[in-house]
Design a protein. Structure first.
Length: 220
């Protein structure tokens, strides 16, 4: 259910970006997509780690990143790396933090990954940058491993802090904080509405490609 909402809000966001740039409310709703997907990535890491399929999970994310790069750059009209890299960096941090290494080493390596992400972001932008990476990491510790309302409220505060400190130049990004509320409401029903996993992976590059064809070829 949460994945489906993430998919639909992302679709709406990209429809707004390509066809209706002057209609701001479409982009406001679309801001829900990234934190919703951040939660799904965190949960995907948790279950793949539990079932011993983390390598396959990472391989799927790598394939998604590579395949999505061209349509993403065309859609955004800039040279950047799609959100697949953001999720891969988040999974790398979570993998280190959940490893059997002692705490100082875990914190040091995780910090190095985040520092690396911050450095490369200044040279080659990747979607949502550190904001996206830390959103998925926060979702993991506050909404996947814990389910109490206090943790969810803390996740809301952290997401708001990310907005204020990192994304303050974009007012529309404020609406991302409301994703926490939708996650909290939909979690009890999450497994009742499910689609094949491949749809969630490949919808990202496929829908961008279709929208671009419609916008640049059919409606040109």
């Amino acid at each position: 259910m949460i994945k489906l909402l993430a998919l639909l809000t992302m679709l709406l966001d990209h429809i707004g970006l390509i066809f209706f740039q002057d209609i701001r409310w479409i982009r406001y709703i679309g801001r829900l997509a990234m934190p919703l997907y951040g939660y799904c990535i965190a949960r995907g890491f948790y279950y793949s780690k539990e079932h011993g399929s983390l390598k396959r999970y990472v391989s799927n994310l790598i394939a998604l990143t590579v395949v999505s790069e061209v349509p993403y750059c065309i859609m955004e009209q800039r040279t950047a790396i799609d959100i697949g890299l953001t999720w891969l960096l988040a999974v790398a941090v979570l993998h280190v933090m959940e490893s059997g290494m002692d705490k100082p080493k875990r914190y040091m390596i995780s910090g190095a990954i985040l520092l690396f992400a911050a450095v490369i972001y200044h040279f080659v932008r990747f979607d949502f940058g550190i904001y996206g990476v830390m959103t998925a990491v926060s979702m993991y510790y506050l909404m996947v491993r814990k389910e109490d309302p206090y943790s969810m409220f803390l996740a809301l505060v952290i997401l708001w802090a990310f907005y204020v400190l990192v994304m303050r130049q974009s007012f529309e990004q404020f609406f991302a904080v409301f994703a926490i509320i939708f996650i909290a409401i939909l979690k009890p029903f999450d497994k009742k509405v499910q689609l094949p996993k491949k749809i969630y992976y490949w919808f990202y590059p496929v829908h961008m490609t279709i929208l671009l064809i419609i916008g640049r070829v059919i409606l040109k």
